[in-house]
Design a protein around this ligand. Structure first.
Ligand code: RIB
Ligand code: CA
Length: 321
């Protein structure tokens, strides 16, 4: 039976890759997609998401708009990475699809509560919508199988020296989600930064005769355009798509169950503190800290296996032209 999932996105170059993969993989049943401001404005994220669903020849998957900005912090887009349009300059055809009139929180609540079996939430963006859901409708917590979070890091940051963008953009929201008592699987930068497609493969796709392949190649290569402007190296990261891949092929990753806390203050604001100690320290021995939620943290990945899974799956989508 396919896993019922709801994606929460800030489409976004790599959110687009994740949506293509989720729609394409037979072991996933995408019940809906909710949008939040992050990589781009909420309006741009919604439009990008609808256009990507067209590119995937997806069925009538409900899409709803959510939060325009984080709970506390001001909105700070990642347009320097994803471009002003959020898709790295990729222009997809205008769409006749429309977002549902209900708010993302209401769509999430309805899809979760109407489903007989528990639903997996896939957080690929700042977690504002999910935090609002859990605070507004706490009854959903028992109906969520787990929350697969693209976010955080047990090591290096990207938005700051120590904080990953999705958590850093709305740390209060991330703290609410991690502390909600719902099982969390953290697909952080430790693995996010490792799964990529080589530049020559991306270029070949972009020039190829498969319409989805061309889109994927252009999205992967969008950083080349940014790189030429900013002289950074091509990365070809599949990004958020890797978090969705982890659902259908968990054996491709190595995880540890670790206490995790989201830092909300100071220079470390937005950092996910992952406690990898084998023994209690003075903080615990002297009762200086409350127990942190235990999270399944992805710490290693068979990057080639995941990249292959991603490409094989999205290239199985019908080629529009
Ligand atoms: O830090 C990477 C995350 O931030 C990804 O979800 C990317 O889409 C951006 O939202
Ligand atoms: Ca994202």
């Amino acid at each position: 039976m396919p896993t019922p999932v709801i994606l929460d996105v800030d489409t976004g170059v790599d959110d687009a890759l994740a949506i293509l993969f989720a729609v394409a993989h037979p072991d996933l049943d995408v019940l809906g997609i909710t949008c939040v401001a992050g990589n781009a404005s909420l309006e741009q994220v919604v439009d990008n998401t609808l256009r990507v669903l067209d590119a995937a020849a997806a069925g009538d998957i409900p899409v709803a708009a959510g939060a325009h900005r984080p709970l506390i912090a001001p909105a700070r887009s990642a347009s320097h990475v994803h471009g002003a349009d959020g898709l790295g300059g990729l222009v997809l055809p205008a769409t006749r699809r429309t977002a549902r009139p209900e708010h993302a929180v209401e769509l999430l609540r309805r899809l979760i509560m109407d489903r007989a079996e528990p639903v997996t939430l896939v957080a690929l963006a700042p977690q504002t919508n999910l935090a609002l859901l859990l605070r507004t409708h706490p009854e959903v917590a028992g109906r969520i199988e787990r929350i697969v979070v693209m976010g955080g890091s047990a090591s290096v940051g990207n938005a700051t020296a120590v904080a990953e963008f999705n958590v850093w953009h709305d740390p209060e929201a991330a703290a609410i989600v991690f502390d909600a008592g719902v099982p969390v699987y953290m697909y952080g930068l430790d693995v996010f930064n490792r799964v990529s497609v080589a530049a020559d493969r991306a270029h070949a796709l972009e020039r190829g005769d498969h319409s989805v392949g061309r889109i994927v190649g252009e999205l992967l290569g969008s950083r080349i355009a940014l790189s030429e402007d900013e002289h950074a190296e091509y990365t070809g990261l599949i990004g958020d798509a890797g978090a969705v891949c982890s659902i259908v092929e968990p054996a491709a990753l190595r995880t540890e169950r670790r206490p995790v806390r989201v830092e909300l203050a100071g220079l470390g604001r937005g950092q996910t503190l992952v406690d990898r100690r084998e023994f209690a320290g003075e903080d615990v021995v002297h009762g200086l800290v409350d127990p942190w939620p235990v999270v399944e943290v992805a710490l290693d990945v068979d990057a080639d296996r995941v990249a292959r899974l991603f490409l094989d799956t999205v290239l199985a989508l019908p080629s529009g032209a």
